[in-house]
Design a binder for this molecule. Sequence first.
Ligand code: F1P
Length: 352
Amino acid sequence: MPCSRCGEKTLSDIIETPKSIDIVGKNIADIKDVAESIVDRRCSCFYFTGCGSSYYSAMLMSFPLQVEGIEVYAIPSSEIIMYYGSRLSRNCCLVSVSRSGETSETLEAMRIGKEKGTYNVIITINEKGAGREYADRYLYIDVGIERGIVMTKSFYSMTLTGLILTSNIIDIILGNKYNMVLYLDRLKEHAIKIIKEKENIFNLGNSYVKKNINRFIFLGSGPSYPIALEGSLKLKESSYIATEAMYALEFRHGPIATVGENQLIIVINQEGKSYSYVYRLYNDLRAMNSYILRLSNRDVDENTILLSKTGFEELDALSAILPLQLMAYSYATALGLDIDSPRNLVRVVKYY
Ligand code: F1P
């Protein structure tokens, strides 16, 4: 039975995304200053870390640094504690992502880094997080509290902050000029349009419940793989159903056997190096009559939700999370579940 007042807090967080983009834009000078401090520190290796959604945020923001001569790793905080801590050194920069700035694994990863001499940066929306104790730079983005438990505007704004940070590092090192102000305008335009037309996405979520679809496979490539992971987690943590995410073309190697089941395949197909390969997979899957939803900024058909077209692939990939958050909200609500207080979830995980 659909739940009328369920998810109001989470929906209001999601609807604040355009305002959050503006607030990140107001922090560009601070972000640039942190980028300069990282370059001055001459970090030759970068570790990006976090937990849950914040780990996926860390994955995406690390992408622009995947260039010649820079060692980049995106690893969950727990794995740094258990396996990778010994590899941290003063040559490394550790960028931690944490909405609360209080998650125990992330704080411990930062402590280990500090002990090993890493240059520690944390990106957070909590002004007074415990992470301050271990941080050389504390990148606080004042988007306001997140009322819901699952991460929505915090994911978007921390990831955007991290992408501005890493693209600035590349700017300084390689002289690649990014027009971030123009990109943010286009990103905001897209967010406003998606929110204005949110009923279309709500109708999709409701239709999936009506069709008894309770298996979802999210496909993404390059910078949209972390978004596939986050979209899958959003649905899983709010509706408790079987969802999974994988690199798009990996679907051909086994999981394609599931085509024919009552499932939805969600293909994130942003313009960029992977575009034509993923578009071919999408068309092959359509020919196999699978339920499929595409998110793209090119070759838009009736089955495609529009992505932003900033010309910066990582940002266009990030733009996909907004419709996926709205879909998770509508699907949970149509099931009569309250995404504002998902079963077993806590706002801050303080134990491991
Ligand atoms: C990370 C996290 C979220 C998750 C839930 C509990 O928190 O695990 O990813 O969705 O809200 O907290 P944080 O380190 O970003 O505060």
